[in-house]
Design a protein around this ligand. Sequence first.
Ligand code: ADP
Ligand code: MG
Length: 282
Amino acid sequence: MEGVADLESQQVDKMEMLTKTPFTQKATEEPQYKLIAENIVASYNGIEAVKKVNMKFRDRAVTALIGPSGCGKTTFLRCLNRMHELTKSAKVTGRVLLDGQDLYSNREDAIIHRRKIGMVFQKPNPFPTMSIYDNVAAGLKLNGVKDKKITDQIVQGCLEMVYLWDEVKHDLKKPGMSLSGGQQQRLCIARALAIQPEVLLMDEPASALDPIATQKIEEMINELKKEYTIIIVTHNMQQAVRVSDYTGFMYLGDLVEFGETKQIFENPRNEITAKYVQGQFG
Ligand SMILES: Nc1ncnc2c1ncn2[C@@H]1O[C@H](COP(=O)(O)OP(=O)(O)O)[C@@H](O)[C@H]1O
Ligand SMILES: [Mg+2]
């Protein structure tokens, strides 16, 4: 990997060139929003977990989804990249527009667009048999990147973006699973970034981590939002205040209130929101 430091500045361009889909479709409506969820109804075995939720997500901003356990946050998040329907017995209706294009309009488009939406799960889930390096490189191979030097650059670039490079640069061949929980989660974020998504969905990414690892994840989110649209589910209200620009409060499958994070926490309009952010239930 020697000599890669001088190539740092070229790295971003290379990643763009390599991993962007060859055609960029024009936004047809509301271009100021990167992602728009319209009338999302999601159910399991006919029971609605998300009830007609509408939400709009701004580009290069962090939106937090908060609400008590079981109110449909994870389910809604999984509708945003068509993961919900992969669960047996699960159904979803509504539209999700990415740059104005409906992810739900047909299957082929969904696969192309889904690549632009990365996901990070509550529990770090590195590929268990793979090295640190291979975990990050995994998606690149699938996308046809074969050149070793370019792969090296992208792996380093993504590990740097999650502040993990300095901690693992001498151990790239070690198993991903040999890392601490916090490092594993950052590895999973690097893996998601390697295929150059435009939107990053994070489902309670720090809930299994200690305070120091949590702080690292939060610092990283602050950096990443310069480049990405980030949607983060969190049950930690202080975390929502620290990392997000906008907040949606969900309760019993409904989006009860949505607004700027400051407004939601300091001046909620809805009584249930007020009770929740004051810690009176949840
Ligand atoms: N795989 C599943 N099968 C059946 N019901 C589920 C499944 N996953 C979640 N649910 C139900 O859907 C509702 C919303 O869950 P979830 O989206 O996980 O909420 P949250 O992330 O806010 O805790 C809950 O009532 C939960 O029990
Ligand atoms: Mg959840």
